[in-house]
Ligand binder design. Structure first.
Ligand code: DSN
Length: 444
């Protein structure tokens, strides 16, 4: 017989870990720019019994029976995605961002074809052609970069496109603090007859809320995860625009086929339902306020960080994130800043900066953003405090240098973590962070 007890009784070990994670979040600031806090409604749909059902195929064309309600859920998710973004085609089944992007390759290219994307170390994503990802392994990848001022080098992108004639071009990135040049990239793609895919994973919530320009008029395909600024469950969408369907009227069918049976099996129906809920929330007027506040907060935070002596890539931000260049402190010190700030209750991630003199594992920057803390209701006033606390904690690591000998690094980082946990300033900031967080409770 199935166990009918709730989690607390059925599996106290997991229950306690979930509770511990809840406390960590309630008492700390989640500032990894790709994270957010979902609503109770999204969580409820995600935790629903829909998880049990198999439904390979698409609505009304399934390989399994009993899908009359699952069809309605998926139909609703598709309709909301189309309405929210203003596109004629949407697939809501990708398990997450990487499979969504893989499906775009399957639908538009053959193995060995040339593709072009923004270089990983310049803020791009692994799936846009980086050498260790399927996209750099199975395709001939050409990468464009950002200029020394931190903005995308459109001249280089244009030149590379003319020279290599890629079949597919990506615009969109994971660590780019500026507005994406969708129009210009559209012209570049059109000039060589390439498909242009916008990966708006980081900014899709901003696009829906009108706080970032939409790629829809300029690109053929759009992918996005659903758990970042869009504030839904983990998952992804692939959409085709009118421009995309004009270029290839079969594009929608090809994208569907690429997702299933191309690379996935049964859709995660609980996830689809939660995506539908998140899209419903994102179409409400208050989501516009949220999206604009995310950007206002990011700008206020960026200014405070700079006023307190930190250097930002591109000297600011247009969106939800910023990249702090820590090379004035030392090369490869992002790991120390991440650890010290984590201990102070401020969670963000070490990140490469453009032309990083170090490596992705020991990068020279940190990346942070405002989607999650804005979801808690924080505004510009709070950003001023948080920016000051970040600068104060970073100041505490100014004399820490990454050992040149690679084999010495893990032990050095471990020893650093133990020492910094006892640092008085870190403890003081942690207390202040905890106090601030009590004024902005999470819904769970
Ligand atoms: N992992 C995501 C991010 O943090 O930006 C990208 O896939």
């Amino acid at each position: 017989m199935i166990n009918k007890n709730p989690l607390q009784q059925a599996d106290p070990s997991i229950f306690e870990l979930v509770e511990a994670e809840k406390k960590r979040r309630q008492e700390g600031l989640e500032m990894i720019p790709s994270e957010n806090h979902t609503s109770l409604a999204v969580l409820e749909a995600l935790g629903s019994l829909l998880t049990d059902k198999y439904s390979e195929g698409y609505p009304h064309k399934r390989y399994y029976g009993g899908n009359e309600f699952i069809d309605k859920v998926e139909d609703l998710a598709i309709a909301r995605a189309k309405e929210a973004f203003g596109v004629p085609f949407a697939n809501v089944q990708p398990y997450s961002g990487t499979p969504a992007n893989f499906a775009v390759y399957l639908a538009t290219c053959k193995a060995g074809d040339t593709i072009m994307g923004q270089n990983l170390l310049d803020g791009g994503h692994l799936t846009h052609g980086w050498k260790t990802s399927f996209s750099g392994i199975f395709y001939n990848s050409v990468q464009y970069h950002v200029k020394p001022d931190g903005y995308i080098d459109l001249d280089e992108a244009r030149k590379l496109a003319q020279e290599h004639k890629p079949k597919l071009i990506w615009v969109g990135a994971s660590a780019y603090p500026r507005e994406f040049p969708f129009k210009e990239m559209g012209e570049i793609a059109d000039s060589v007859g390439a498909f242009l895919a916008a990966d708006i994973a980081h900014i899709s919530g901003l696009v829906l809320g009108g706080a970032h320009a939409s790629p829809v008029p300029f690109v053929h395909i759009i992918t996005t995860t659903t758990h970042k600024t869009l504030r839904g469950p983990r998952g992804a969408l692939i959409m085709a625009t009118e421009k995309g369907l004009q270029k290839d009227p079969e594009l929608g069918a090809k994208l569907d086929k690429a997702v299933f049976p191309g690379l996935q099996g049964g859709p995660h129906n609980h996830q689809t339902a939660a995506i539908a809920v998140a899209l419903g929330e994102a179409m409400k007027p208050e989501f516009k306020d949220y999206a604009h506040q995310v950007v206002k907060n990011a700008k206020a935070l960026a200014q405070t960080l700079m006023d307190n002596g930190l250097k930002l890539v591109s000297s600011g931000t247009d969106n939800h994130l910023m990249l702090v260049d820590l090379t004035p402190l030392g090369i490869g010190v992002g790991v120390f800043a991440e650890k010290a700030l984590d201990l102070a209750g401020i969670t963000l991630n070490k990140n490469t900066i453009p032309s990083d003199p170090s490596s992705p594992f020991y990068p020279s920057g940190i990346r942070l953003g405002t989607p999650a803390i804005t979801s808690r209701g924080m505004k510009e006033e709070e950003m001023k405090h948080i920016g000051k606390w970040i600068a104060e904690v970073v100041e505490e690591i100014k004399d820490v240098k990454l050992p040149e000998a690679k084999e010495e690094r893990p032990a050095f980082v471990k020893e650093f973590s133990q020492k910094i946990a006892e640092n008085q300033k870190v403890k003081e900031v942690k207390d202040k962070v905890r106090e601030l967080c009590t004024k902005f409770p999470l819904p769970y």
